[in-house]
Design a protein around this ligand. Structure first.
Ligand SMILES: C[S@@+](CC[C@H](N)C(=O)[O-])C[C@H]1O[C@@H](n2cnc3c(N)ncnc32)[C@H](O)[C@@H]1O
Ligand SMILES: *[C@@H]1O[C@H](CO)[C@@H](O)[C@H](O)[C@H]1NC(C)=O
Length: 422
């Protein structure tokens, strides 16, 4: 079956640069210069991606179906010329989707821009004249440049994914379509964890956790094992390691994992990578320039002593009583059943070990139980924790928020600590 990734790369190129402008020209609603502006860099980018994808195709056999996969990383059979058949190791869940999304960011983002442009173009001539006086058309140009900046970064992450998981140059099987939201979320997490613009957000939630650790271990990190499940882009884990603790991070989502690989294995200077994550966000802006704010990452070196364990928190830690502390930040509500997460935290702690939690209780449609804070703490007691009620407090916190936006979601997060009885 032909992969969506390939299909996607051709169709928008045609649509964006031929069909759509033609349609606009016929309707007479867009000036020729608008169209030229729109198409110049779009076609370059689409072409580049198209060439890249077609050269992969030329270099590799038809996309491989799940059933033909065989757990060998290396070419299995092959004839000397042409028709070389490779077999590849099956990829972990979600990885192909993630790599495809990073690879196709520019096309997906540009489709969004096209939709905005279509609505802009449908204005009558008088409205367009006024829009021009506002300098509005410049937004399309500037946004396109920002998308280019982001695409370079995004494609770098995709390449790292291909290298680190030995995918070769084949088109990747993906049960879902490439997803703009996945990349956008990764950009948000980079902002939160590794940019100076994220410092305010971190300052609200990290210190209570670090102070509680400090209290529990009398300011002595050395030799104490701390687990941070659902570590996201890993900044909290890194900051805990900076204090001397022996830190294990755990994450499931390849958007975060691959970006973290980029920061830890492929970065040689601070602020090396630039992105403009807000260029696709046109609402809630106070002034015309704030959406073009660049972000540079990382603002601090990720601590390389942190060990990242990739996979499901419920599956990847076979050994009981391994940790002196478990720290959960915006994590426990991600569970299908919070009883499983809390039981697992309890199992992984040594007797007397501490669980520190900070987060909202943002249960999703996947959650079996939608507990209140009081109920979560009652559950903790039932599972064998002693809750430290004096530690409890509410802390207002943003999450991966654009610093200059006019709309901010504040979580009233719940902070507590508890120790394993016994
Ligand atoms: C809301 S995010 C918080 C990330 C990070 N702690 C922060 O505060 O920025 C929750 C994270 O938990 C991860 N996650 C969800 N379920 C998981 C599981 N079963 N095992 C490991 N990670 C999981 C998600 O992929 C996501 O990165
Ligand atoms: C790159 O970095 C991650 C996280 O720091 C690590 O787990 C991984 O093994 C590293 N190397 C490769 C080749 O993936």
């Amino acid at each position: 079956m032909m992969r969506t990734s390939i299909y996607l790369s051709r169709f928008p190129a045609f649509f964006l640069c031929v069909a759509f402008p033609l349609y606009l020209a016929i309707r007479g609603s867009a000036s020729l210069s608008d169209i030229a502006l729109l198409c110049s860099s779009l076609s370059e980018r689409a072409e580049a991606l198209h060439i890249k994808l077609t050269s992969w195709l030329a270099a590799s056999p038809a996309p491989i179906s799940k059933t033909s996969l065989n757990p060998l990383a290396e070419p299995a059979t092959g004839s000397p010329e042409g028709g070389i058949r490779k077999t590849y190791q099956p990829l972990p869940d979600g990885l192909a989707h993630c790599i495809n999304s990073f690879e196709q960011y520019s096309l997906l983002a540009e489709q969004g821009l096209q939709r905005k442009h279509a609505r802009y173009s449908r204005q009558n001539p008088a409205q367009k004249t006024i829009s021009n006086k506002l300098g509005y058309p410049a937004h399309f140009e500037k946004t396109r440049k920002g998308i280019e900046v982001n695409a370079r970064f995004s494609e770098k992450i995709a390449l790292i994914g291909r290298e680190d998981y030995h995918t070769g140059s084949r088109a990747l099987e993906d049960r879902e379509d490439a997803e703009f939201g996945l990349v956008d979320l990764a950009f948000g997490h980079l902002l939160r964890d590794w940019s100076s613009q994220g410092a305010g957000e971190r300052k609200a939630v990290f210190p209570p956790i670090l102070d509680r650790l400090d209290q529990h271990f009398d300011g002595n990190g050395r030799g104490n094992k701390v687990l941070v499940p659902g570590s996201g882009m890993g900044r909290l884990a890194s900051d805990i390691a900076d204090l001397g603790y022996d830190v294990t991070a755990n994450e499931l989502d390849y958007g975060s994992i691959l970006a973290y690989h980029l920061l830890t294995n492929h970065t040689h200077s601070l602020h090396q990578h630039t992105l403009q994550p807000f260029v696709t966000k046109w609402a809630h802006q106070a002034n015309p320039s704030s959406r073009y704010s660049p972000l540079t990452v990382p603002d601090h070196w990720p601590n390389k002593a942190v060990q990242l364990i990739e996979g499901d928190f419920l599956e990847v830690f076979p050994r009981d009583g391994e940790f002196d502390a478990v720290v959960t930040l915006f994590f426990i509500d991600m569970s299908d059943n919070v009883i499983d997460f809390l039981s697992n935290i309890h199992r992984l702690l040594k007797p007397g070990g501490v669980w520190i939690n900070l987060g909202p209780l943002k249960w999703g449609s996947y959650s079996a139980l939608h507990l209140s804070a009081e109920e979560v703490l009652q559950l903790a007691v039932l599972l064998g924790f002693d809750v430290d009620h004096t530690s409890r407090k509410s802390i207002d916190s943003l999450y991966a928020e654009q610093p200059e936006t006019l709309l901010k979601f504040t979580y009233v997060t719940q902070f507590w600590s508890a120790t394993k009885r016994g």
